[in-house]
Design a protein around this ligand. Sequence first.
Ligand code: HAM
Length: 423
Amino acid sequence: MGSYIQNIKGTADILPDDIYKWHFLEKTIHDTMRLFNYNEMRTPLFEKTDLFARGIGELTDIVSKEMYTFLDRGKKSLTLKPEMTAPIMRAYLQHSMQSKTLVTKVFYISPMFRQENPQAGRQRQFHQFGAESIGSEHPETDAEIIILASEVFKKVGLADTKLTINTLGDAVARNKHRDTLKSFLKPHYNELCKTCQDRFETNPLRILDCKNPGCREITADAPVIIEFIDTESKTHYERVKEILKSNGIYYFENPKMVRGLDYYTHTVFEISSTQLGAQDAICGGGRYNLLARELGSKDVPAVGFAAGMERTLLVLEKNDTSIPEPLPLDIFFIALGDSAVSWAQSQIYALRTSAISCDMDYMKRSMKAQMREANRQGARFTVIVGDNELQSGNVILKDMEGSNQISVNLTDFVSSMEQKFHG
Ligand code: HAM
């Protein structure tokens, strides 16, 4: 590998040979979002640290352990965004977006940063796509968000996904549940794993979805939030499930699923894949009616989701899902000698103007080597040109797949190609 500078652990280069997979995923996202009437929104890569501390919650893993936080030269604390929901809400409030329309529907595709231990499907710089619907408190919006996420996965060809849902009710229910849960767990405090012991005071809800077998055993009969929610929250949840059912979206209910961010209320959900092992969540989301208040505004109802793009592509790869390959190069010129190179180069510029993709070998190599290059590039056609062709006034256009070849006049080469490729 030599002694070149390497990339930072937990980051990845996306090389030209793989980029078509990203383009395919991004195009599917754009197309689906358009059908659902969500518009793209972009926010800066870094924000004031306070936005995430207040928005996601000081005591969450993301804020307390995983953020890339630094002081800039003016000694301001800034953070590379670990997620997009808080920035979107910040921008929504800042630009008074509610004054333009009652419901704002936006989507995003962006890198995110979390200092976690890297492993397959878990990076320090990763990409999320997601959507947020801000303004409506109705369960129809929760269902639309879940259906939208499912639709993107369906369209990219991801089978084998599992949708899990739960409700966290409102703040009153959460507080009641929190107290009861703590009383239930207290006698077992010493048997909890170290992380859950830390969570006992700060975030006891998260003990419910700890993966440690010992903790699971303790929480098997623990009180769950749904036992504490009021009729209104229950009706909201029932309506979400009803809409999912009537739209053919299958789901599992897990009354212990709480998610790792503090802003959630009512519906929460995750989509996972059996193909992923430990990091099996490809998508997570839910309703977050309390986030706007945390950011200093009045309450604004909202719901959304975000999905990991590396994880989505990993599952597609594991499933051998066919991803459309990029269009091949139309013509590769094999030019021998200075005059032929000049002629080829002028044709190339004219052809590109006519939307015919083409290229040539700039290494002035032998015909055999140039032919190999044309093959390596997967060109559909080659044109061989040397002094003989320039003298005779004709070049050979060779079909690389079928090995057919036709002779084309040099003087009207570009118009012949326009005719051939565009009819
Ligand atoms: P999250 O569950 O933290 O939710 O992240 C969503 C998805 O991002 C995960 O399911 C996973 O696929 C991917 N992801 C998270 N961390 C990593 C990582 N280190 N490496 C690779 N992929 C990762 C949120 O971010 C919320 N903002 C979702 C939301 C939107 N809720 C409401 N609106």
